[in-house]
Design a protein around this ligand. Structure first.
Ligand SMILES: [Zn+2]
Length: 392
């Protein structure tokens, strides 16, 4: 069976609505709720973020968005719900207290897809019009909401289709499980994929899903690859941050992707402990990927001349990918020993190559999937050609 992101999203729908209902009833996150005579705004759902509201007129509202911690990388995440007692046309202005207006506003449609709304922006504001039908909630967010419930359903879906095992590599600071997937625990080689260190980086999360789905297809190339290496996927490294609609950090205000050398947080400690434990039981890390989003599609790599396991593989992989897609593959190598980024930590500590796979914020889902599938295919071919000597 061929897996696909759309199927996972459709499974996720029911979990999303269930989790919305649960959170509203218990108000676990003490989120913002702004009640006006005819209209209300709130962020009482997973990944919601709304700081305060101002009514400028019956149809005109200003919504203020602030990060949980400052200073912070300018990834101005917002997610809120609008309701009205009668059908109304609203003019909404979002004002960011810091950073800049990075993400275009998206509306959750009845088929669960997200549509970019026509909007205007300045450095710190986004303005748009919205029709709110009588007593029908409208969800607006900076990016499609892929909350923890999405990962529950996605992991179940991939696991059920391929007999991959779901297991736990530890817990976050707020005791959310760091769930993972693996296929060949007895293999001597470990191929590690992680994602969602930074909550708003949803295009990177979608790329991870599509990339992994290609690795887990039931066809000869992927089946041979899965027998050869144990693929371990930890899709959600920062569940606390995602749940709370953080711009960047975990629950303690730590940027996890600067914490890999210090490992001051349970999230980084758990994953480090997991890799070390695997080494001690005879399974060697051979390659790692970390999915993110930024303003363009780019691969942050280790320099080709640096002596690391499977030296040259990254460059061969990206050259192969270039031949498969219609736009330039940007390879941005850097080596800064001791910094706390995952890619560097993997190189410094385990002497293995790692790549930060960055996807543009506004890259369309079809392009994300196409590129991720091509990238997964190219990587499997390059690894198997290099290690088995066979031609694929
Ligand atoms: Zn990031």
């Amino acid at each position: 069976m061929v897996l696909n992101t759309s199927a996972a999203i459709s499974l996720w729908k029911k979990y999303f609505w269930l989790s919305v209902l649960c959170v509203v009833s218990t108000d676990v996150f003490a989120r913002q709720s702004c009640e006006f005579e005819k209209t209300s705004f709130d962020s009482n759902f997973p990944a919601g973020r709304l700081t305060s509201c101002q009514k400028l007129s019956e149809q005109n509202y200003r919504l203020i968005i602030s990060p949980a911690f400052s200073p912070v990388n300018p990834s101005a995440w917002y997610a809120f719900r609008v309701r009205a007692k009668e059908t109304i046309e609203l003019d909404i202005e979002i004002v960011f207290s810091t950073g800049f207006a990075r993400y275009s506003p998206k509306l959750l449609m009845s088929d669960q897809s997200w549509k970019v709304l026509p909007y205007q922006k300045t450095e710190r504001t986004i303005s748009f019009s919205l029709t709110v039908p009588k007593e029908q909630s409208q969800y607006i967010a900076a990016q499609p909401i892929l909350d923890n419930a999405y990962y529950e359903s996605w992991l179940e879906h991939v696991s059920a289709s391929t007999d991959a095992e779901i297991f736990s590599v530890g817990f976050s600071e707020q005791n959310n499980e760091l769930k993972a997937l693996q296929v060949s625990p007895e293999s001597a080689l470990l191929f590690l994929i992680i994602g969602r260190q930074h909550p708003p980086e949803v295009t990177g999360a979608l790329a991870l899903s599509a990339f992994v789905e290609r690795l887990f297809e039931r066809e000869p190339l992927a089946e041979q690859f899965r027998q050869f290496v144990n693929i371990v996927v930890i899709p959600q490294v920062n569940p606390d941050g995602v749940k709370a609609g953080k711009w960047r950090h975990n629950s303690h205000g730590i940027d996890l992707n600067r914490d890999w050398h210090q490992r001051s947080q349970q999230e980084t400690q758990s994953i480090h402990g997991f890799i070390k434990e695997r080494y001690e039981s005879g399974q060697q890390l051979v390659f790692a990927l970390d999915f993110h989003s930024t303003n363009r599609n780019v691969y942050y790599t280790m320099p080709a001349e640096k002596e690391l396991y499977w030296q040259g593989l990254t460059q061969e992989w990206l050259a192969d990918l270039t031949a498969r897609i219609s736009y330039d593959v940007i390879d941005a190598p850097s080596d800064r020993p001791g910094n706390g980024v995952f890619k560097q930590y993997i190189a410094d500590y385990f002497h293995v190559q790692a790549v930060t796979y960055e996807v543009g914020d506004e890259t369309l889902i079809e392009e994300i999937k196409k590129t991720a599938h091509a990238a997964a295919e190219a990587l499997m071919i390059q690894v198997l050609s290099r290690t088995t000597g066979e031609k694929f």
